[in-house]
Design a protein around this ligand. Structure first.
Ligand code: ADP
Ligand code: ZN
Ligand code: ZN
Length: 749
């Protein structure tokens, strides 16, 4: 008799299926046994539908219930390796979020079914290291268009499809395709990258020291976090470049995170100049097809150097050895909906899980980060001065109370001094950045008879005039009405605009500086894919003399020609009822000031404010981060805020205000029962504060109450909170009343 091998035990898989909270169990059919592993992307039945899902773990069938089978495996190999899966699990536990939501963040939408064909490229350059003149000599006489293209590329270095005459597009595209096939030119998606020269030859001695410390950790292959505290234009990016080269040499992957999509083109250009095709870009602004393509190049090891925003912390690199978080203080690293994760913090966790080196870079570190460095948890590396002996630009504070503005700032938002400086810099050929953290034309429209501001019916905020679009717009829900001639409350004709926004400043500039060429960069001008990159490109290229706009103009950019930075109103972020208001203000001012004087021109900064004596503004003027850190730390200690405590915020919302309040009260009792044993002890115990109406008490028709938990940093809050959340699996407290949980909230608004 031949031995019959025993029939294998039935195998099951636990699968994360968005948006289901718990993992679902499926049977692994015989024919898929070889392929189904943790991290495999599969198709599973869910009710009457079929969904993509990610296999998390395998097990033997419990036999308790009839299981439905996995239907299909989408890609040959697991799309998420065990290291990344470990990170997703950790994050799900820490942020008290469904694992399926984290899987959703880590995979590009549509990965299971990518559209066929090649992603479209829109911008062409000569491949790195090739010389257009030499290529020209190789062109066949029968290919005149190729020769023409090479000539153009030799003079302009890049060719954008949108610049081509439409009647020659097909001809050009055919030639470009052929040149791409030969490896002569490279195509890029839209405005993904700005051109940059190769890196600098010699590091300063401060840079050398910092790099040496980073390299030591990289060589040892052990987890270590460095806080690279370097003033603006001290050459931090240069250190990232060198550290990345070391990691790649050691066959390790690199992730470079920047806080905003608008910052990607410039930094990607700098890395591309050194690392060519090894660079892969990953962010949510990429068109779907391009994003999948980029993700696959990263996952398969073709692009071991990833540049991206927040969610690129989940980049599927086979073996990350270096993770850089540039401008680590930036609140944009925190996702404010869905899974409320902080990519900076997860970068450190990922580093720990894989034994990677982590660099947090900033001129204005988050208070928590600097405190961690002071406590020895991070390794502090300092670049105290700008490269090439350039100095930090002097800052002049214009006191708007005293400045000769006539009676009303709204009428004259730019002081005579600031105007005079703009004119002077324009005359000398310097570039100007003008910053105001508010878009639109005016801040509010107010009736002078009844005193009512025109408010959004859905939200507890004023409507903002957008003059060019002829609407009053709510910046929270998008509600808009035509600007009324009379007050909706009392029919008075004396309705007036107060405050100014970027659109208004644009009008001022056009009127007072007719010869000045400028671009406005804010959410209104940047909503089209590639538009921010184009605006920044125009500014970098030389033709545009001034860039004005919201926070998007303040950060990270390295434009050597900028000699003047003007801040139209520094006070805006100070008025916010948030314990980080002073820190945010200091950061913004120090960052925007840091855009000036990065080239040959010595720079200059002018800050307009009604609060010149506030310590955040005064210390930003002095550009003294250590002094600001000390002052701010005092106040955090006094009020038991981070880094002395940690925070969790519950936000309860619903249409019926009374029900929201009642539910919030009940939730608070539950929280107190679990966390404080029924008593709120003073001092260092867990504190459950509220419920209180949120700073924006109503948004999109929903009333909002918040409960804030402050707890000592060594207390493990996840387990008791998870118990409470189990009682409310759908995050629902009553009919129509829901809530969200925010671990380590960045904003309490
Ligand atoms: P940061 O990232 O700190 O703002 P960057 O790395 O962008 O600073 O450097 C600012 C400018 O100084 C860049 O134009 C960069 O090319 C240049 N730079 C950096 N390091 C050096 C160096 N060692 N020598 C000369 N120039 C340098
Ligand atoms: Zn009125
Ligand atoms: Zn609204």
């Amino acid at each position: 008799m031949v031995n019959q091998s025993p029939k294998p035990e039935p195998l099951t898989a636990r699968v994360a299926v968005h948006p289901i909270h718990d993992l679902l169990e499926y049977l692994v059919p015989e024919n898929l046994r070889e392929k189904v592993q943790p991290g495999t992307l599969v198709r599973v039945p869910l009710g009457k539908r079929e969904n993509p899902g990610l296999v998390i773990e395998l097990g033997a069938a419990s036999g308790r219930k009839e299981l439905r089978p996995i239907l299909e495996v989408f890609r040959e190999d697991p799309v998420i390796n065990s290291e990344l899966l470990e990170l997703l699990r950790w994050a799900a536990g820490y942020y008290l979020a469904p694992l399926s939501s984290l899987v959703e963040l880590a995979l590009p939408p549509g990965l299971e079914n990518p559209p066929p064909g090649e992603p479209r490229t829109h911008l062409f350059r000569i491949a790195e290291g090739l010389d257009p003149d030499k290529l020209l000599a190789q062109v066949q006489p029968s290919a005149p268009v190729q020769a023409e293209i090479l000539q153009q590329l030799a003079s302009s270095r890049e060719l954008s499809l949108s610049d081509l005459p439409p009647e020659r597009r097909t001809q050009y595209l055919r030639a470009l395709r052929e040149m791409k096939r030969k490896g002569w030119v490279r195509g890029f998606y839209r405005e993904e990258e700005l051109l940059a020269g190769a890196g600098v030859k010699e590091l300063t001695s401060d840079q050398e020291k910092a790099l040496a410390a980073i390299e030591a950790g990289l060589r040892a292959g052990i987890f270590e976090t460095h806080l690279l505290f370097g003033v603006t234009a001290s050459g931090k990016t240069e250190i990232y470049l060198r550290a990345a080269a070391r990691a790649l040499d050691a066959q390790k992957g690199v992730i470079i995170l920047v806080p905003e999509i608008a910052l990607v083109p410039q930094i990607a250009g700098r890395f591309r100049a050194s690392f060519g095709a090894k660079v892969g870009v990953l962010h949510s602004g990429l068109p779907r097809r391009e994003r999948i393509d980029s993700w696959v190049r990263i996952q398969t090891g073709q692009a071991p150097l990833v540049i991206g925003t927040r969610s690129a912390v989940f980049a599927p690199l086979p073996a990350p050895g270096l993770i850089v978080v540039d401008e680590e203080y930036d609140e944009a690293y925190k996702q404010e909906e869905g899974v409320r994760y902080n990519a900076r913090d997860l970068a450190i966790v990922r580093g720990k899980l894989t034994g990677a080196t982590v660099i947090l870079g900033s001129a204005t570190p988050a208070l928590e980060s600097f405190a961690n460095a002071a406590a020895g948890k991070y390794h502090l590396l300092t670049l105290p001065s700008r490269v090439d002996g350039r100095t930090l630009p002097p800052v002049t504070v214009v006191d708007l109370r005293a400045a000769n503005l006539g009676s009303d700032w709204t009428k004259n938002p730019l002081s005579p001094f600031l105007k005079e400086r703009i004119a002077a810099h324009q005359k000398e050929g310097g570039k100007v950045i003008l910053f105001l953290n508010r878009r639109g034309y005016s801040n509010s429209v107010l009736c002078q008879d009844c005193g009512q501001a025109i408010r959004c019916p859905n939200c507890s905020v004023s409507l903002i005039l957008h003059k060019a679009r002829k609407i009053l717009l709510c910046h929270y829900c998008g509600f808009s009405i035509p600007p009324p001639d009379v007050c909706p409350a009392c029919n008075s004709h004396r309705v007036r605009m107060f405050g100014v926004g970027t659109e208004r400043i644009e009008e001022e500039m056009t009127r007072d500086f007719p010869g000045l060429s400028f671009r406005r960069l804010d959410r209104d001008t940047a909503h089209r894919i590639g538009a921010p990159a184009r605006i920044l490109r125009d500014f970098a290229a030389g033709g545009v003399e001034m860039l004005m706009g919201t926070k998007m103009v303040t950060k990270g950019h390295d434009f050597p020609g900028v000699s003047l930075v003007g801040v139209v109103l520094a006070d805006l972020s100070l008025d916010l009822p948030d314990f980080r208001a002073a820190e945010r203000t200091f950061e913004l001012l120090a960052q925007v000031a840091g855009r000036a004087g990065r080239g040959e021109h010595p720079g200059e900064v002018v800050v307009q404010t009604f609060l010149p004596d506030h310590y955040a503004i005064d210390l930003a003027r002095a550009q003294d981060y250590p002094a600001f850190y000390r002052a701010e730390l005092e106040s955090r200690k006094k009020f038991f805020y981070p880094p002395f405590s940690r925070l969790v915020q519950f936000l309860v919302s619903g249409v019926n205000a009374q029900k929201v309040e009642e539910s919030s009260e009940r939730l608070k009792e539950e929280l107190e029962g679990k966390l404080t044993g029924g008593t709120t002890k003073p001092g260092k115990a867990v504190q459950v504060l509220g419920p209180a109406p949120a700073a924006y008490a109503k948004i999109r028709g929903r009333h909002r109450f918040q409960i804030l938990i402050k707890y000592p940093p060594d207390f493990r809050i996840q387990a008791p909170l998870a118990k409470i959340l189990e009682l409310h699996p759908h995050r629902q407290l009553a009919a129509g009343v829901t809530f969200s949980v925010d671990i380590d909230p960045q904003s309490l608004l």
